[in-house]
Design a protein around this ligand. Structure first.
Ligand code: TYC
Length: 102
């Protein structure tokens, strides 16, 4: 094999032992105090949602108690949870963000 024309000899890639990574759902939990606009901002800032989708998810959480922000590999999901929890704490809101294995 010659990966990208550098002259380096590369062994043929084995087709065995590929594993799909486990996926984790990141969830927001409802509470009585966090402002709706703050939750929409969190969804835009940390989960790359547009304003309309962020508002839809926030209202779903507000009415049902819990809602999905996205599905990620373990490290990405853990980073999102930490970012949201740190941001909520910094602004003194009780917003909770958790992850669960799919
Ligand atoms: N229930 C909050 C309110 O009435 C709004 C809210 C929505 C809070 C979603 C948290 O994850 C949440 N201000």
């Amino acid at each position: 094999g010659n990966g990208s024309g550098t002259g380096t000899i590369v062994a043929p890639k084995s087709k065995t032992a590929t594993k799909r990574p486990s996926l984790y759902r990141v969830l927001l939990l409802n509470d009585d105090y966090t402002p709706m606009e703050f939750v929409v901002h969190v969804l835009e800032r940390f989960f790359q949602k547009g304003r309309d989708e962020a508002t839809r998810i926030m209202l779903h959480v507000h009415h049902h108690g819990v809602g999905e922000c996205g599905i990620y590999t373990y490290e990405v999901a853990e980073t999102k949870v930490t970012q949201v929890m740190d941001f909520a704490r910094k602004h003194q809101h009780p917003l909770q963000c958790v992850m669960e294995k799919k």
